[in-house]
Design a protein around this ligand. Structure first.
Ligand code: ATP
Ligand code: MN
Length: 456
């Protein structure tokens, strides 16, 4: 169907000219002689107002129903209220009718209500803004890495190893249910890959192999976590950005993370003014100022040991008291970033027992060179580290954890053949989106969220 994007009509590209548009009816208002119908075609957050003279178009009322799809031809003119552009309609056709039981009515629905209809909620303003922002953010992330010489690599989603050694992995199998196997090993051996397989929780290990050839790489794809935690920050399937940098130490990794954050923030601020204004109005007042400030950088850096002291001295009654040696809970992360630093903060040098085997062991013998980025309102959005580049230390870290050395032969080879200090991080796209929009539940920044007990 030949027609123009409403975005371009609103931008004035056709003002004074005849134009054809298509869209779904978002509001309809009837006055004595006139009918005003606002339509949206998904190309912009703003609707286009159709101005209809009822005498000239007696059938127009058929199109004045929420949710129906229409096409209109008319003259684009400066709007009467002085704001933007509207269309003086000469022809109006109903494309797809919509009955009155259409679930999206004019009133503001709650996000919980909308979650039950992921196939329709996208037609509401909130989701229009969310997915427009998500698209611009994704492009900005690619833009940052491409402009800075990072190779985009695609790591496998089906894997035989679980990256962390203890991750919650979904199994991949073609086996039907059977009592015919006596042991797990026999069952696995007869399966599609001849061993047990799962959906990858991270592309990092494969990303490291690419970084040890190409120097600077990033991945940007889905990761899967079979965690049973029903929180507003966890999904079973999420989008993961994982750069990996050779000839780099933890400081280089932190600098990369901060540079990426500030660059994508600046791009998004420039590209999505309407969407950010929408979130400012409906989700987080002060958002624009916050993003402007954060895009200037200057993130704090705090040693884990220092963080535990701050938490202990805070006098707060945390559900889980902070203690050296245990991982920071979300409540701790939020205190550190919201009350203490009041801005994004890297917490570095965690106890080795709470982090993964591949992290570089610090000289103190008890911490590793990890760096997580915590932000107000969300908590952890980035988990990163310098990787252990020393063959012997990596082997002992595997052994300490009771992990099988032979499962990591290729990974260990990277330390045997021309090892180099290197590191990287993992950024959760949806967590960053929550931070940029003020939307508080990860399910509301995801097209069809997958979580424990939820697969619609
Ligand atoms: P958390 O402690 O918040 O569960 P994590 O430490 O397990 O996260 P990492 O393994 O460090 O997460 O993964 C890197 C990043 O991926 C995290 O900082 C976060 O932004 C994102 N992430 C991790 N798990 C999830 C999930 N289940 N849903 C959405 N994003 C996630
Ligand atoms: Mn982490």
């Amino acid at each position: 169907m030949e027609h123009c994007d409403i975005k371009n009509v609103l931008a004035g590209a056709f003002t004074g000219k005849a134009v054809t548009v298509c869209g779904w009816v978002r509001t309809a208002r009837d006055s004595k002689n006139m009918l005003f119908i606002e339509i949206n075609d998904g190309t912009s957050l703003k609707h286009l107002q159709l101005v209809i003279d009822k005498d000239g178009l007696p059938d127009a009322a058929l199109c004045a129903k929420l949710g129906c799809s229409v096409t209109a031809r008319g003259d684009a003119v400066a709007a009467r209220d002085g704001q933007g552009v509207e269309l003086n309609v000469r022809e109006l056709t109903l494309i797809g009718d919509c009955p009155p039981e259409y679930p999206l009515q004019k009133k503001r629905h709650t996000l919980e209500f909308l979650r039950a209809m992921p196939h329709l909620r996208l037609r509401s303003n909130t989701f229009n803004a969310v997915f427009r922002l998500r698209s611009a953010l994704s492009a900005a992330i690619h833009g940052f890495f491409q402009e800075n010489g990072f190779l985009y690599v695609h790591t496998p989603l089906i894997t035989g190893s679980d990256c962390e050694g203890a991750g919650e992995m979904f199994r991949v199998t073609t086996h039907p249910f059977s009592h015919g196997f006596e042991t797990q090993a026999a069952y696995d051996a007869a399966d599609f890959f001849g061993q047990s397989a799962g959906l990858s929780v991270s592309g990092q290990l494969e990303g490291e192999t690419a970084a040890m050839a190409f120097g600077k790489i990033y991945t940007f794809g889905p990761s899967f976590r079979a965690e049973n935690s029903n929180t507003p920050r966890h999904l079973a399937e999420y989008w993961h950005v994982e750069p990996e940098l050779a000839f780099a130490d933890l400081n280089d990794v932190l600098r990369l993370a901060e540079n990426m954050m500030t660059a994508v923030l600046k791009t998004v601020i420039a590209k999505c003014p309407d969407e950010l204004a929408f979130f400012e109005k409906h989700f987080e007042s002060g958002l624009a100022q916050k993003l402007e400030r954060v895009s200037g950088g200057g993130f704090a850096v705090l040693d884990y040991t220092e963080a535990v002291k701050i938490l202990t001295a805070s006098g707060r009654a945390f559900r889980y008291p902070a203690a050296w040696g245990s991982d920071l809970q979300t409540e701790h992360e939020r205190y550190i970033t919201e009350e203490y630093a009041k801005k994004p903060v890297f917490v570095i040098n965690y106890p080795k027992a709470v982090k993964s085997f591949y992290m570089k062991q610090n000289a103190d013998g008890r911490t590793v060179a990890a760096g997580d980025l915590l932000v107000p309102g969300v908590g952890e959005i980035i988990g990163g580290s310098e990787r252990e580049a020393d063959y012997g230390k990596l082997v002992s870290a595997l052994k300490e954890r009771g992990m099988n050395e032979s499962d990591y032969a290729g990974y260990l080879d990277l330390r045997r053949y021309g090892t180099a200090p290197h590191g990287g991080f993992g950024l959760g796209l949806e967590r960053l989106l929550m931070y940029l929009s003020g939307v508080a539940n990860i399910r509301d920044v995801t097209l069809f969220p997958r979580a424990a007990g939820q697969l619609i």
